[in-house]
Ligand binder design. Structure first.
Ligand code: FES
Length: 170
C-alpha cells in the first residue's frame, strides 16, 4: 500500500465480522490495546467518550520508539496509561501490570493472543476481546480462524473478531 498513488483502485472485502458492543461498558470502561491492537480501539474510544463515559486506556508497547496514538486518545478525553516492556517510557511492564489497582466497570481488549490470555488471568469485570487471527478466506468459508467458545467453534472473521469474555474457552 505504501506504493499506491492517489486515485489507484483497490479490490477489497470490507464490513466483515462484528464490532464492540458499547452498551455493556458501564460508566468507567477500560480499553486495553497492545501494539497494532490499538487502532481498533480508537473508534470505540470515540463512541464511549461521546457518551460521556470516563474512559481509561492502557497502551502496551515493547519500547518507547513504538509508541503511537497516545495524543489521539488523550485528545478524546481518555485517561491514558502507557506501559513499555523495557521501561523506556511510561510504566515498565505489561498491560496487565498497568491494570493492577485500577477501578473500571468493564473492559475491551485488542492485541496478540498472549496478551489477551494474560488479561483473562487478572481482569475483575466482564469484557470483550477482539482477536487477531491469521486468516485464509476472511469471509467464513475455510474455518481457518476458528476460536473455541462455550457455544462451540466461532470464526474470528465471521462471528468475531469480538467475543464476550464469558464465552471464550481458553
Ligand atoms: S478466515 Fe476463513 S473462515 Fe475465517
Amino acid at each position: 500500500m505504501t506504493r499506491l498513488a492517489p486515485g489507484d483502485r483497490l479490490d477489497l472485502l470490507v464490513g466483515l465480522g462484528n464490532g464492540f458492543d458499547v452498551s455493556k461498558s458501564g460508566e468507567a470502561p477500560l480499553l486495553i490495546g497492545g501494539g497494532v491492537g490499538l487502532p481498533p480501539l480508537y473508534r470505540l474510544c470515540e463512541d464511549l467518550t461521546a457518551q460521556c463515559k470516563a474512559v481509561q486506556v492502557i497502551m502496551g508497547f515493547n519500547t518507547k520508539s513504538e509508541i503511537f496514538y497516545r495524543q489521539e486518545f488523550e485528545a478524546l478525553g481518555a485517561k491514558v496509561l502507557v506501559t513499555t516492556a523495557d521501561g523506556t517510557a511510561g510504566q515498565k511492564g505489561l498491560v496487565t501490570d498497568g491494570m493492577a489497582g485500577l477501578a473500571y466497570s468493564y473492559f475491551y481488549a485488542c492485541g496478540p493472543l498472549p496478551m489477551l490470555r494474560a488479561i483473562e488471568g487478572v481482569a475483575q469485570t466482564g469484557g470483550q476481546y477482539s482477536f487477531e487471527e491469521r486468516m485464509g478466506c476472511g469471509f467464513g468459508a475455510c474455518m481457518g480462524c476458528t476460536c473455541q467458545t462455550r457455544q462451540g467453534p466461532r470464526r474470528v472473521c465471521r462471528e468475531g473478531p469480538v467475543l464476550l469474555r464469558e464465552d471464550v474457552v481458553w
